[in-house]
Design a protein around this ligand. Sequence first.
Ligand code: ADP
Ligand code: MG
Length: 380
Amino acid sequence: MNLKHEVRKEFYDRYGSWPDLVVRSPGRVNLIGEHTDYNDGYVLPMAIDRAVWIAVRSREDRRVRVHSSQQSDPCDFALDDFPNSDSGWSEYLKGMAKFLQDAGHALVGWEGVMCSDIPISSGLSSSAAVEMAAGLVFSELSGFPFDGTAMARIGQRVENDWIGAKTGIMDQVICANGREGAALLLDCRDLSSESIALPPNTIVLVMNTKTRHDHRTSGYADRRASCETAAAFFGVSHLRDLSVEEFDVRSRTESLDARSLQCARHVVFENERVLAAAEAMRSAEAADLGRLMDASHTSLRDDFQVSTRELNLMVELSRAQPGCLGARMTGGGFGGCAIALVQTAKAEEIASTVSANYQSATQITPDVFTTRPSCGTSVV
Ligand code: ADP
Ligand code: MG
């Protein structure tokens, strides 16, 4: 779906003229490499063909005023004075303004409309899409270059220091730097990356469980703390620095609490799986990639313990279908979406069967759709 026409029309209906600028900023799924980003490890996400769109014109008075068709209240604040006052969606834009100004950028105000087809709070990173879209609007209208990686760092600060979500940097980087037709192997230590295409004749199925469990914030903080405990125990700055071999030897001979050990095992082996998955993609080995995704899910379910009944069900239902090569939960966990790597020719059939079977098992109507790797945040 392409919301360019819709966002332009909404702008016209509200302001009586066409916008000066339209930007698009995608959501993302992570093919493999979960809870590795804040351990300085590897991830392999791709930007998806669902996005936040903003149509705008600049203002003279240093105000930012945006109407989102997904929210009832508008975002409205002055660039010279905006306390971190509430928990509404405006905070994402205020946060971007705050840290861009702190970085020395003189910002121009603007007004406009926002549309999106990224489901909110489903683990497809609508928040990073909003941040990077706003970042591009500020850069275009204020006249400084949009550096995707620098903007991603600003977006991560918004999540960490303005919103209060202690997340890693993966979401913003893939949103800003995604490439059409490819996933991005990203080293979260130095943010170096490599674009790698999906294996031929395969496509990604997104399976939104339409569930969200309360402990997603506390559970995330607990897991991070366990990773830090394990890193300190093994004497490394981040679990990224612990090899599989060293983990195997030392975990047999030394005693670390059971939870930290399980979390460390997930991270150490998940980093290995990401590198193996990248290699499988480079050599077009779809079956290998699928098996690695399966193994990632098992580890997230049993060792890291961030999966849920509904995510496990989605994964099992999709794997039961001929043409499914592998499946796993994606995103932080505790609800949200699972993904499956499927043969393109079977994708629609798998989607409708999984959807029907999930519905009859849970009485919840899921959202199951195919998605293609799309380009990152851009002017359209
Ligand atoms: P996720 O990033 O997984 O979708 P988050 O809870 O991190 O979930 O971010 C969701 C928040 O991002 C929403 O509550 C809202 O504040 C903001 N947001 C996302 N999409 C939109 C939109 N189209 N319009 C306005 N705000 C949005
Ligand atoms: Mg988010």
